[in-house]
Write a protein of this length. Structure first.
Length: 254
């Protein structure tokens, strides 16, 4: 797979989302200096540790959800330096991956047993609207918590704020900690709201409106969207190898 083939396929599968969101802000290609890319590593985040790990196993292209954040001071510059030194290309795709049909929210929905997507998560006035899905068959909050724990490989936070059977799920993976998103979930008759970050206000509001809540980590609620993208690349360019990079469960208590 060469650079032109890779970029062409990315534009094919993300379509209008690459027009709606600007290159080098919500997605970007960097350090594409090789003629061919045969081993792709994928992760939610790019960090110096992820780059060094990729170099050790011969990855020549890293695909991540997040770019290095400017406000994690100095890390972006270090990542650029390491990518160049180790001759590794990098592609990140943030909000387009959140909102595409196979993206972060819908990939986790699918693994949880959601058979019907009632509402696609979208970008509205600067925040992510909730995705809404319905399970193929109702379940208990306890069973959904156990399933989330197994999928994410980490202990998830949860609040049981009512005794309702769980059928309809509201979700924003990653930083879906806004009270407006919980309000949308309760107004849409969701039985539980799932996200990847919480604050004091998230906890207080969920309790106040008596909405069940499950919170995993930002990294591991979003990894399945990146995994779906990597698998799509593998399906199109079947000669390439894809491998998930190891990321620590630093955001939660195991």
């Amino acid at each position: 797979m060469n650079t032109e083939q890779f970029k062409s396929y990315i534009h094919e599968i993300f379509g209008h989302l690459l027009i709606e969101f600007k290159e080098d802000e919500e997605y970007g290609f960097s350090n594409f200096t090789l003629n061919n890319y045969n081993k792709i590593g994928y992760a939610t985040n790019i960090t110096p540790e992820v780059i060094l790990q990729a170099a050790e196993i011969g990855v020549d292209l890293l695909v991540t959800h997040h770019d290095a954040w400017d406000f994690v001071y100095g890390m972006k510059e270090k990542c650029i330096e390491l990518l160049e030194k180790r001759h590794i290309a990098h592609f990140y795709i943030h909000l387009p991956l959140d909102y595409v049909e196979f993206g972060t929210c819908n990939s986790l929905f699918k693994l949880l047993g959601v058979g019907k997507i009632l509402q696609q998560s979208r970008h509205i006035e600067g925040y992510s609207s909730i995705g809404i899905g319905e399970l193929d068959k109702p379940t208990t909050l306890e069973y959904l918590v156990d399933t989330m724990t197994e999928l994410l490989g980490e202990k998830v936070y949860f609040q049981k704020n009512n005794n309702k059977e769980i059928r309809r799920i509201g979700m924003v993976t990653g930083a879906g900690n806004g009270t407006n998103q919980l309000r949308d979930a309760i107004n849409s008759n969701c039985d539980v709201y799932i996200t990847g970050e919480k604050t004091l206000y998230t906890i207080q509001y969920a309790n106040f409106i008596k909405l069940n809540l499950i919170v995993g980590s930002h990294t591991f609620t979003e990894i399945f969207g990146v995994m779906s993208l990597a698998q799509k690349l593998k399906d199109r360019f079947n000669h390439i190898e894809i491998v998930q990079m190891h990321e620590e469960h630093n955001e939660v208590t195991l």
